[in-house]
Write a protein that binds this ligand. Sequence first.
Ligand code: PEP
Ligand code: MN
Length: 360
Amino acid sequence: MNTERLKDLRSEVDRINRELLGLLSARAMVVSEIGQLQSELQLHLYDPGREADMLAYLAAENPGPFSSETICHLFKEIFKASLDLKERQTAARCLYSRHAKPQDTKVVAGPVTFGTAPLLIAGPCSIESAEQITDTARFLSSRGVRVLRGGAYKPRTSPYGFQGLGEPALRIGRAAADAHLMAFVTEVVDTRDVAVVAESAHMLQVGARNAQNFALLREVGRTLRPVLLKRGLAQTVEEWLNAAEYILAQGNDQVVLCERGIRTFERWTRSTLDLSAAVLAKHATHLPVVVDVSHAAGRRDLLAPLARAALAAGVDGVMVEVHPNPRVALSDAEQQLDFAEFDSFLEAIRTFLPDAAPAR
Ligand code: PEP
Ligand code: MN
């Protein structure tokens, strides 16, 4: 008799569970529509006031036997799941999202394409003279490097630091790259310079300090040039991807993401290389992702192991600073590799680079 009753009660619970499930799904559909409207109206997805009102109402209406505390606890879980749903749906609608575009994007910068085989981006921190950049391009090209970097406009921490040679450096940088069929990537720091930098560069770099300069992001988004977007010094992955969204939303889908280390409490490295962010960016987006080991480490002795780790993790390229004579470099002297050091670096990562020139 009691066993029959137990069976009946359990069927009753199963029926209520089904009803609850139906109600939860119906609630989720409504929440999802609210999320869509909130995005369109540019409102926050999370509204703490509304959540507090709902909890107060539920506690007041609670018929028992659960305590109001338990009811609030249960509903808070529902609210959390609903917010997660809204956030996931909003992110999925973003142009950077792999949900929106499952295939990997290839980014074409002059003679090279990012997103096929891993690429090395190498060159001095700053372009200091025609001879310096020409020698570096010749050397790097002889080692199979196809992307030349070099700053013409430098975003220096101190206004009294070397600020770059400006326009002349753009011209000599591009000429050095052209002489060896390399792509030339260089940083643009000011919206007013975007057009002039875009004339010489195959690819525009937006640096860590400008990673949330939304006017600059929009401006580079309006050019037809591909963009190398560094992660900001203290940017979350979400903020970094939203910075990319600013560029993509202008109609420029040629964006390469560059993890370059973030600021942490650690002092023995210049920044902390966040490899998980690079891998996350590969998962969450369809954009190529590269890792700048030089600005992450800020010291020569860690570059090869960090580059190996990044390439083993599946990134699309590595950036490294190379200078004919780093000891007299006008910026980042401590982290740039000379030519012999670059050869050892290349040796250490060669297995990951199908295009590198044969070992000497
Ligand atoms: C650079 O690449 O020259 C540079 C300044 O890097 P970051 O913006 O990552 O500091
Ligand atoms: Mn530098």
